[in-house]
Design a protein around this ligand. Structure first.
Ligand code: PAF
Length: 283
């Protein structure tokens, strides 16, 4: 596996692969790789001739300085995992390479970022869109892979691709879960053992909301079931639990029809902020 740290060294490698007609997959990550990331790598290796993984903890998407400082980093173990999983190249730029100048561009996704993560983390999605655009421009992938755990991010990145006419396909990959249902996340390793013991309750709450909707409980009551369930676990400080239309992130219409819904939440467990979601298909 080859390692690159600048767009200048990565560029000729990408160009020579393209000249030979190879299909290129990009897996953007912030490192501290877990099975969820490795699933993205597996998918990309299966669907493309070459896979590039980027590892970059993007400062401009963190609205909380402490969160950026505490974000787990383990580059040596990441590189080992990537090469074991058939990744062809890893791109790990430093901050001054990714941002040689203080960016002035702001990207606003309008109503898509006025709910859930966007509402609780102002500027977060603008920062994600900026770094993802840079990566798309540097790697010029045919396909890029994103996990469904960050459901709102996935919808926003698809919007970015549509609005800026990037000639690439976004491939979404289902959430990988621990045996108790906890969605895999780099942040999980920062949970204390007490918080880890209750972290699976997030998925239990989402599953109860999903079951209630599938049994045609009205959405307000279904949402209350999840919120009340988590109130029984004081170690879980719920930030939000919302039911939205899965692909527009709008509030569901009164007449639900057959539009899939997404039940999304964010919660603090001690100092660690976790997000999760489930999709609900109504027949
Ligand atoms: O999902 C992530 O890990 C990050 O938001 C991403 C897409 C790599 C951009 O920094």
């Amino acid at each position: 596996m080859q390692t690159f740290s600048t767009p200048e060294s990565l560029g000729p490698y990408i160009q020579s692969l393209r000249n030979q007609g190879n299909k290129l997959g990009l897996v953007p990550t912030m490192g501290a790789l877990h099975q969820g990331h490795l699933e993205l790598i597996r998918k990309s290796v299966e669907m493309n001739d070459h896979t590039v993984c980027s590892i970059y903890v993007n400062p401009v998407q963190f609205n909380d300085k402490q969160d950026l400082i505490n974000y787990p980093r383990d580059i040596d173990s990441d590189i080992e995992k990537l090469s074991e999983h058939g990744c062809d190249a890893v791109f790990c730029p430093a901050d001054d390479i990714m941002y040689p100048h203080q960016p002035v561009l702001t990207i606003d996704f309008g109503r898509l970022e006025q709910v859930m993560e966007g509402r609780h983390r102002p500027g977060h999605f603008g920062g994600v869109a900026l770094v993802v655009s840079k990566l798309f421009n540097m790697v010029k992938p045919d396909r890029a892979y994103f996990g469904e755990k960050d459901w709102q991010q996935l919808i926003i990145i698809q919007q970015l691709v549509n609005d800026l006419s990037y000639q690439l396909e976004i491939v979404s990959v289902p959430i990988k879960r621990e045996p108790d249902g906890l969605a895999m996340s780099s942040r999980n390793q920062r949970l204390t053992s007490d918080h880890r013991a209750v972290a699976g309750e997030l998925f239990s709450a989402l599953s109860q909301v999903k079951n209630a909707i599938e049994q045609h409980t009205d959405l307000q009551s279904a949402r209350a079931i999840g919120i009340n369930y988590l109130k029984q676990h004081p170690a879980v400080q719920l930030e939000y639990l919302e039911i939205v239309q899965a692909f527009t992130l709008d509030a569901p219409a009164a007449d639900l029809g057959t539009e899939p819904l997404s039940v999304c939440l964010a919660a603090m467990l001690g100092k660690v902020r976790l997000i999760d979601n489930v999709q609900v298909f109504i027949d």
